[in-house]
Design a protein around this ligand. Structure first.
Ligand code: CP
Ligand code: NVA
Length: 307
């Protein structure tokens, strides 16, 4: 009998996971990274199949999940919504029940968080959120892994996010607060992160949201940014350039941050918009380590959800 929705392990959003579960995933991600570097096989999902539904573009998420499930002894199936019947209006409730008969897990990248939640509710296999308009939990697991690698710990460190209060901001706030980090967001008052998430963060940790970029960056251990126009907002790109003009990671911002502060970016990056080319290149090693960690962190997530 499949487990009911409530007891099955999904990753629909980071707030569903406890601090212990997040650390368990980070520890496993570190182990899997070490093993991969040393050529030690870890076929922990032998014979399992992961379906990967994409309703938006992807480079990192697609490739890292596909390589990850292969490393774990399973197989990945790339499912574009352009080809699936879901793209022609077949309800997600039916898609969930059908795919549950074939697959051992689903990773989905889509627009509405409600679609991911419906997939989990109607299906009977683990669902992993590979980005919605609301959040990007897999990215933040890789981000936390990267910050811990460089800084040695998360608890008590300061994470600063500058830019749009989007899916990345939402997940970074949750992941940062859950792991004991101070989280400071700088964004225009018109584009703040989710209000429920901000309320939860203020009640559960050290959280601030300001329009003052230098105040948010002050003494930060990690400075994070993301595009000003996310996928699905392409038509607003010009308008958004004006809204976010003052929210760029540049020399001035980095001068306010801690001397050894990391710069992180989920990618893809727009040099000259949310980050200067100079700051991006000066921190490229960190940013591409972060991209690499998508592979290790997601392998850990798949093992914890699907093994
Ligand atoms: N950061 C991230 O999710 O990248 P992709 O859109 O390329 O998957
Ligand atoms: N905020 C971006 C993140 C891309 C990984 C987007 O949703 O397009």
């Amino acid at each position: 009998m499949p487990l009911p929705f409530e007891t099955m392990k999904h990753l629909l959003k980071l707030s569903d996971w406890s601090t212990d579960e997040i650390y368990e995933a980070l520890d496993l991600a570190d182990r899997l990274k070490r093993e991969k570097k040393n050529g030690i096989p870890h076929r922990l999902l032998e014979g399992k199949t992961l379906g990967m539904i994409f309703e938006k573009s992807s480079t990192r998420t697609r490739v890292s999940f596909e390589v990850g499930i292969h490393d774990l002894g399973g197989a990945g199936l790339f499912l574009s919504s352009r080809d699936l019947q879901i793209g022609r209006g077949e309800p997600v409730e039916d898609t969930a029940r059908v795919l549950s008969r074939y697959l051992d897990g689903i990773m989905i990248r889509t627009f509405a968080q409600a679609e991911v939640e419906a997939l989990a509710r109607y299906g009977s296999i683990p669902i992993i959120n590979g980005l919605t308009d609301y959040c990007h939990p897999c990215q933040v697991m890789a981000d936390l892994q990267t910050i811990r690698e460089y800084k040695g710990s998360l608890n008590g460190r300061k994470l600063c996010f500058i830019g749009d209060g989007n899916n990345m901001a939402n997940s970074l706030i949750v992941g940062g607060i859950k792991t004991g980090m101070k989280v400071a967001v700088a964004c225009p008052s018109s584009n703040k992160p989710d209000s429920e998430i901000m309320k939860w963060a203020a009640e559960n940790g050290d959280f601030t949201c300001t329009e003052d970029v230098l105040e948010a960056a002050s003494d930060a251990d990690a400075v994070y940014t993301d595009v000003w126009a996310s996928m699905g907002q392409e038509s607003e790109a010009e308008e958004r350039k004006a809204i976010f003009a003052g929210y760029q990671v540049n020399d001035k911002v980095m001068a306010a941050a801690h001397r050894d502060a990391l710069v992180l970016h989920c990618l893809p990056a727009h040099r000259g918009e949310e980050i200067t080319a100079e700051i991006f290149e000066a921190h490229a090693q960190q940013i591409f380590d972060e991209a690499e960690n998508r592979l290790h962190a997601q392998k850990a997530i798949m093992v914890l959800c699907m093994a």
